[in-house]
Design a protein around this ligand. Structure first.
Ligand code: GCV
Length: 686
């Protein structure tokens, strides 16, 4: 009987609709006929109408009323779901309401009267795309916006189709902005020719409520404007930017504004002219102000000479608090170093009380296995957004310090560094789509749990209704118990698993080389800036390991508001997940569970490897519920992830063992790789 059932399920999987993943969480579903009633006409309302007709799972022939009518309880592009439709202040609110309605039908959530207002006004994807079509830290093919070669700026029908699909996906989760080019910006982007293509992109994105933004190079006035300087206080530079902004708005009236990486990692900036970040940002803000544009000015700054990179953004930006224009938002990475698998939140959140601050998250998995490893980042972002900064008393979470709940910010925003490219499935890994989805959902509602987001995403992405049109999604006990629940559990554990096999207990930035993929705790080529080498961060020696950021060390703890300063400083209260972030501890330091630090490190690496092995089992077992194409791809990627996890464990344990000079606890699996081979091969992406 069991054999028969297995054979049946396997055959069923072969017949599941072939799926290349291109339709993301918006896979075409059968729908019931519906009457859409709306007195307004616009491109956005037409899309809302079409979405309803395409995806309606409610009662056949029901009437859905879409009403654009001002209501003070509805904020910005929020909406009200009513029992017979959607009400909003503007057309975009209607579209978002329709997506919410359909999402509820397709995930089996009740449709009830409710007001949904977005947490942030600007919910932006940052694309690190270069004019030649390459993508910095992109792992899913080349850019959907730019390409190299002759005619690279000619807009084709295929371009338009792709941009429309992209816009639809974003809009369906509430993303309303896209920065079209890399923060390491080319000045080319502001040339007439490139702006022509930006205009064409903006025209497609606009219907879906998405504003376009550009990253700019600070020295553009000299590089393409022919000026002798790019000093932000020089009248001719000020005029150059004003004219440029005017030119942009004459082509793109709803242009969103600029994203700026300045005086950072070799990029030019105001400091080249003896000016401050505020001088630079305000000059641009003044040019954008008459058109309603904003400046997202990044706080990702650090210099090679400082003994602690984690302290520098705070040290440089805090003295400028209150000096920025109200259309400047300081864009701060979630952690104080750089999108590591785990960091405490950046101390700038909540600390800058007179300046708008926005979180920057990284959707592309630069430091988390790129498009090879299955890592659901919802859990990581939830951890950050819910972290209490205590800056305005208990409950001053990162979310509340940035969404306008605590400080009167003229503008609020959140950004995610995109993980998409020309790959058919957009993100390389089918599960990396969940990170795009999760970013959008959290940007819309920063109180959502990663559990809820994973639940929704799995249902929308994998569910195949056997009975077709039934009035709403009908998840069988079989599907829920044997697919949804195990896959959700795997997703929710995946980030912690990655921390375990890469950098447990607060270790960070121990990658080999600039590829940021494989382990390299030893990596320190002669002449390389020390803050680009792992020993700077792990500080392993024969006594112990970890970065002392207490008052006996760099004192980075002092940048956190009490009680965090004391909590992080005191070994009795420092959360173990941040132990080696804040402390340098002896190898035989005793943890709360009675193990020595060395043993605990070994256990974490070993656990991480086992977790991924377990994910492989989970995935193999759900084969009957997944189409062949996605099943095989995820299976293959999990195999690589398993091998990589083993390499991480072996590399880190064998290397750190040279300092600890202690055995790996005998009950744990032994390394299977040789350290010298690992060092020689410097693991890159397979
Ligand atoms: C776009 C890290 C990445 C860089 C990136 C930089 C940034 O250093 O490795 O590729 O540059 O962050 O966020 O500006």
């Amino acid at each position: 009987m069991k054999v028969l059932l297995c054979t049946f399920l396997l055959i069923q999987s072969v017949f599941l609709q072939a799926e290349d993943g291109h339709n993301l969480w918006l896979r075409a579903k059968s729908s019931s006929p519906v009457n859409v009633i709306c007195s307004k006409k616009s491109a956005t309302i037409d899309i809302a109408r079409q979405e309803l007709q395409q995806g309606w799972l409610g009662k056949a022939e029901a009437s859905v009323v879409l009403t654009v009518k001002p209501d003070k309880t509805i904020k910005g592009d929020g909406f009200k779901l009513t029992l017979n439709g959607v009400q909003a202040n503007n057309d975009l609110g209607i579209l978002y309401g329709v997506y919410e309605l359909l999402r509820r039908q397709h995930t089996g959530e009740p449709v009830k009267e409710m007001i949904c207002n977005p947490s942030y006004e600007a919910r932006v994807l940052d694309h690190w795309d270069n004019p030649d079509g390459s993508i910095e830290r992109g792992y899913a093919g080349r850019s959907i916006f730019w390409r190299k070669g002759e005619n690279s700026l000619v807009v084709t029908d295929n371009d338009k189709i792709l941009w429309k699909e992209y816009a639809r996906a974003n809009s369906s989760v509430g993303i309303n902005g896209a920065v079209l080019n890399n923060v390491n910006a080319s000045p080319l982007m502001l040339s007439k020719e490139y702006l022509g293509r930006v205009k064409a992109i903006a025209e497609i994105l606009r219907q879906y409520g998405i504003k376009t933004y550009l990253s700019i190079k600070f020295s553009s006035p000299s590089l393409i404007g022919g000026l002798k300087t790019s000093d932000p206080l020089s009248p001719e530079v000020i005029k150059w930017w004003k004219d440029k902004v005017q030119e942009i708005y004459s082509m793109i009236p709803d242009f969103g504004g600029f994203l700026v990486k300045a005086s950072s990692e070799g990029q030019p900036g105001p400091q080249d002219y003896g000016r401050t970040h505020a001088d630079g940002a305000n000059m641009m803000a003044d040019a954008l102000k008459p058109f309603g544009g904003i400046v997202m000015w990044r706080a990702f700054v650090y210099s090679p000479d400082d003994p602690d990179r984690a302290k520098q953004a705070y040290a440089e930006f805090m003295p400028l608090d209150g000096q920025f224009r109200d259309n400047v938002i300081i864009q701060v990475k979630n952690g104080p170093v750089d999108f590591q698998p785990r960091e405490p939140f950046s101390p700038l959140f909540g600390a800058m009380k007179k300046t708008s601050v926005m979180p920057e998250l990284q959707i592309t998995q630069e430091y988390l296995g790129q498009s090879i490893h299955l890592v659901f980042l919802g859990a990581m972002w939830e951890e950050c957004l819910k972290s209490d900064t205590y800056q305005d008393g208990p409950g001053s979470t990162v979310a509340r310090c940035t969404d306008g709940s605590i400080y009167a910010q003229k503008h609020t925003a959140i950004a995610g560094v995109s993980n998409i490219g020309l790959d058919t499935n957009w993100c390389g890994h089918p599960f990396a789509q969940a990170n795009w989805y999760a970013f959008g959902r959290l940007a819309w509602d920063n109180k959502l749990t990663s559990e809820q987001i994973a639940d929704e995403w799995i249902k929308l992405t994998f569910y195949e209704s056997p009975s077709g049109n039934t009035g709403s999604a009908d998840f069988s006990a079989d599907w829920t118990g044997n697919f949804l629940n195990p896959v959700k559990k795997m997703m929710l554990e995946s980030r912690e698993a990655t921390v375990n096999y890469m950098m447990p207990l607060g270790l960070h930035h121990i990658f080999a080389g600039d590829h940021h993929y494989g382990p390299g705790p030893w990596y320190a080529p002669k002449g390389l800036r020390s803050d680009w080498t792992p020993p700077y961060y792990h500080k392993a020696d024969t006594i112990g390991i970890g970065f002392d950021r207490t008052s006996t060390g760099s004192n980075a703890v002092s940048q956190y508001h009490e009680p965090l300063n004391s909590q992080f400083s005191d070994l009795k209260t420092c959360p173990e997940i941040y132990l080696l972030w804040f402390h340098h501890l002896p190898w035989d330091y005793k943890l709360q569970n009675g193990r020595t630090l060395w043993d605990e490190i070994c256990y974490h690496y070993d656990t991480g490897v086992k977790q991924v092995r377990e994910f492989q089992k989970v995935w193999d077992k759900v084969q009957p519920y997944v189409d062949q194409e996605r099943f095989a791809l995820v299976q293959r990627k999990l195999r690589s992830q398993s091998k990589n996890a083993q390499v991480w464990k072996d590399a880190c344990l064998l290397y750190f063992q040279k300092f600890s000079r202690k055995p790996i606890p005998y009950e744990l699996e032994r390394p299977v790789n040789d350290l010298n081979d690992l060092i020689k091969n410097d693991m890159r992406r397979p």
